[in-house]
Every structure is written in structure tokens, then in C-alpha cells.
Design a protein around this ligand. Structure first.
Ligand code: RB5
Length: 150
């Protein structure tokens, strides 16, 4: 199950992505916002991030005007690795190298066609493991309060 959410600045892009998910028969839960009225992005980013961190949803997609606000917010939740992507290369690498569990997109930055391509690539790509796993363990250690580098 995929979690999806946005603020007003990412609302239209969220609707485009939902169209794509429905066409592909991909299960998702829409955490809002449900119209273009001004709201605060942390409220929606937090819900999606918590759904992913708790295991209720496997992965999440967040949209706002730039993608920056939702990614900053989501990355405050332990266990979340949110990647703001504006190209398919980064989208693939965010899965293969960083095991990104949330994709953040900026409606005011990229067009809907590119955004849907990014979503496709991101959903199809898998974590490569190996040396990347060691690095993710270091990120997790930082979340637990570890402050020293190696
Ligand atoms: C809303 O105007 C805008 O600030 C928001 O969508 C996002 O871009 C924040 O990072």
C-alpha cells in the first residue's frame, strides 16, 4: 500500500499521480489535502511519514510547491528516508542507493509528465543493498543519537 499526500501547492500534482496509480491498479491511501485551499504542508507530510514509518504503508509520495517543505518534514520522522527528486536518474538512485521510502515532488518545479515518469521509475526500482546497507545503518545510528563519525 502506497501513502500519498500534499499541501495546496502540490494538490494538482497529487491528483495527476493518483490518476496514474488508478490506471496502473496500484493500491494507495490518500492522506489529503483534498482541495486547493491553503493548508500547512507539515500536517500532511507528517501523516504520510507516520504511515510509512509505522509499516501501515510500504512507501509514500508527497507533493508540495517545491517538494522541499514536505521532504524536510518527512525526514524528521525516525525511519523515514525522503528523497526530493526532479529527474529519473535521482529517483532510481534514491531507491537503489538510499532505499528512499518517500518520494517528494515539487508541483511548481517540474511538469506533470516528468513527475509521473519519476514516480514510475521510483516505484519500479529496488534497493541494491551491499555497501549501501552499511551507510543506511549509519543514518539509523544518527537517529538513535550517535554523533561521532568513523
Ligand atoms: C506553499 O505556498 C509552499 O510554500 C509549499 O507548497 C512548499 O513549496 C513548501 O516547501
Amino acid at each position: 500500500m502506497l501513502a500519498i499526500g500534499s499541501d495546496h501547492g502540490g494538490f494538482l500534482l497529487k491528483e495527476k499521480i493518483i490518476e496514474f496509480l488508478e490506471t496502473e491498479g496500484i493500491d494507495f491511501r490518500d492522506f489529503g489535502t483534498y482541495d486547493a485551499q491553503s493548508v500547512d504542508y507539515p500536517d500532511f507530510a507528517l501523516q504520510v511519514a507516520q504511515a510509512v514509518a509505522s509499516g501501515e504503508c510500504d512507501r509514500g509520495i508527497l507533493c508540495c510547491g517545491t517538494g522541499i517543505g514536505v521532504s524536510i518534514t518527512a525526514n524528521k520522522v525516525p525511519g523515514i528516508r525522503a528523497a526530493l527528486c526532479g529527474d529519473t536518474f535521482s529517483a532510481r538512485a534514491s531507491r537503489e542507493h538510499n532505499d528512499a521510502n518517500i518520494l517528494a515532488l515539487g508541483e511548481r518545479v517540474i511538469g506533470p509528465g516528468l513527475a509521473v515518469d519519476i514516480v514510475k521509475v521510483w516505484l519500479e526500482s529496488e534497493f541494491s543493498g551491499g555497501r549501501h546497507d552499511r551507510r543506511l545503518k549509519k543514518i539509523a545510528a544518527i537517529e538513535r543519537g550517535y554523533t561521532k563519525g568513523e
